[in-house]
Design a protein around this ligand. Structure first.
Ligand SMILES: [Zn+2]
Ligand SMILES: [Zn+2]
Length: 151
C-alpha cells in the first residue's frame, strides 16, 4: 500500500491517451455488474470519483464507447480501446476514472462495491460497504464523507 501522490498520471494500454488527476478521489468503488464485467473483461470495474476540476486528458482524443447511451458516457482510447473514464450526463462535479489506468495503483482499494447481486460467485473485495445494486442517491453524501474523513 502506498499513498496517492498528486498529480498522478495514467494512460491506456497503448499510451496514445494520457490523463492526469490532481485532486483526491471523493470515493473509490468496485462495480460487479455484468456490464462492467463485459467492458473490463474481468470480474469488476474499479473507479475513483475525481472532482472534475482535478481531472485532465493530457494526450490523445478519447472516444465514446460502451453503451453509447444518453446518460452514461464511457470514454475509450480510439486505438487500443481501453475503457478509461466515465461521465454522467448532467453530473458535472466528478469524473469516474478507471483506477487501473493510473500508473500508480498501489494506493487504491475500493471503499464501496456495487451490484454484488451480479458478481461472479468466487469474487470478494475489501470494500467496507456492499450494495446488491447501487446506493440510494441520499447515501452518497455520507459515503463520501466517511471515505474522505478516513484519510
Ligand atoms: Zn490506447
Ligand atoms: Zn458496473
Amino acid at each position: 500500500m502506498s499513498t496517492l501522490e498528486l498529480p498522478s498520471e495514467g494512460g491506456c494500454r497503448c499510451g496514445q491517451v494520457r490523463l492526469k488527476i490532481s485532486a483526491k478521489p471523493l470515493l473509490t468503488m468496485a462495480c460487479h455488474c455484468t456490464g462492467c464485467q463485459r467492458m473490463t473483461a474481468g470480474p469488476y470495474s474499479l473507479s475513483a470519483a475525481i472532482p472534475t476540476q482535478g481531472f485532465e486528458v493530457t494526450e490523445g482524443e478519447p472516444v465514446i464507447g460502451g453503451l453509447h447511451g444518453d446518460v452514461i458516457h464511457h470514454y475509450f482510447c480510439p486505438h487500443c480501446m481501453s475503457w478509461m473514464f466515465t461521465k454522467l450526463d448532467g453530473v458535472d462535479w466528478f469524473v469516474n476514472v478507471r483506477a487501473t489506468m493510473l500508473d500508480d495503483t498501489g494506493w487504491f482499494t475500493p471503499f464501496v462495491e456495487t451490484w454484488t447481486s451480479e458478481k461472479l460467485p468466487w469474487v470478494t473485495t475489501p470494500a467496507k460497504h456492499s450494495y446488491a445494486a447501487l446506493p440510494a442517491m441520499e447515501d452518497y453524501e455520507g459515503l463520501i464523507g466517511e471515505y474522505m474523513g478516513q484519510r
